[in-house]
Design a binder for this molecule. Structure first.
Ligand code: SAM
Length: 300
């Protein structure tokens, strides 16, 4: 019994605990509990937490990871969307002064926090994972280390190589701010209820020279437009984006600018986004922007 009340390694104990409290798991929120202590320990190890560190946990569930983080002396803020779980967490961790529990969708609640964390981790459902990670990056909440447990497919989309089927706007966007690295897979038997898919633990650390904060949203819009249709050339894919981003240029003027910019980074006019690596997409974006605003200093 890790916190004297609930044995986090026992699906039967978790189920009985939920039933006693009139609750059930909700698939909409991706509620699969990590019932393998060794895996939980490995994730916490990867996070590199030291006593006194400010840590954010996204989706604590019933607190299986929360317990381990608190044992390491971290100062924890845990964001949980499920009201019933929040009620139980507050009971389970009553009397601890180094944890606060924030109820609601993390996407809507994190910005109200006065102090930024030194670590962020979470076991995130597929649909929420991209939105939450993108929001943290776009708004500049990127601590020295983040560790996320994601569906393997989501993890691949963060770390994929150019040209591969998982390479996406999200890969390029993450890579413009962070180095993303796959740490290890977690089989479905480590969870209860068991998901149908394998999970993967991914570590994100900030790059030395990330895209500046004030350009991240525009760069994300740019890569999303570039990948909007995988078969399209950059020229066709960026068509609509250019109408807003380069509103005062005529269509053929933008095409000329794009062609010159592509040439500048060593590519022809018919290249597709998936053929360009994250660095090349960033170089293209910067070249386009520089050409457009020649009087402004270059982004670093
Ligand atoms: N960390 C726990 C564990 O490993 O046993 C539970 C992980 S479970 C896969 C995901 C948790 O995230 C659930 O408790 C779910 O309610 C919560 N969650 C899902 N979407 C969320 C969101 N947008 N904001 C905060 N919590 C969320």
């Amino acid at each position: 019994m890790e916190n004297g009340v609930l044995n986090y390694d026992s699906p039967a104990a978790i189920r009985a605990f939920l039933e006693r409290n009139g609750l059930a798991t909700n698939r909409r929120f991706g509620q699969n509990f990590l019932v393998d202590r060794q895996v939980r320990e490995r994730i916490i190890e990867a996070l590199g937490v030291e006593a006194g560190m400010r840590v954010w946990e996204i989706g604590p569930g019933l607190g299986a990871m929360t317990e381990l983080i608190l044992e390491r002396g971290a100062i924890l803020t845990a964001f949980e969307i499920d009201y019933g779980f929040v009620r139980l967490l507050k009971e389970l961790f009553a009397g601890r002064d180094n944890v606060s529990i924030v109820q609601g969708d993390m996407l809507k609640t994190w910005r109200a926090q006065a102090v930024r964390p030194e670590r962020i981790f979470g076991n995130l459902p597929y649909n929420a994972a991209f939105d939450i990670i993108a929001d943290l990056i776009v708004r500049g909440c990127v601590p020295p280390r983040m560790v996320f447990t994601l569906q393997r497919e989501a993890a691949s989309r963060m770390t994929a190589r150019p040209g591969s089927k998982d390479y996406s706007a999200f890969t390029a966007f993450c890579a413009s701010v962070c180095d993303a690295r796959i740490l290890f897979d977690v089989g479905s038997s480590a969870f209860w209820p068991q998901p149908r898919v394998t999970s993967t633990v991914v570590q994100l650390v900030p790059k030395g020279e990330p895209v500046p904060l004030d350009q991240r949203r525009q760069f994300f819009d740019f890569v999303r437009a570039a990948f909007s249709s995988r078969r399209k050339t950059m020229r066709n894919a960026l068509h609509l984006w250019a109408r807003t981003a380069f509103a005062s240029l005529k269509e053929d003027e933008f095409e000329d600018l794009l062609q010159e910019s592509l040439k500048h980074i060593g590519f022809g006019a018919d290249v597709r986004a998936e053929e360009l690596g994250p660095e090349e997409l960033l170089a293209l974006y910067r070249t386009l922007m520089r050409a457009w605003r020649p009087d402004e200093p270059c982004p670093p």
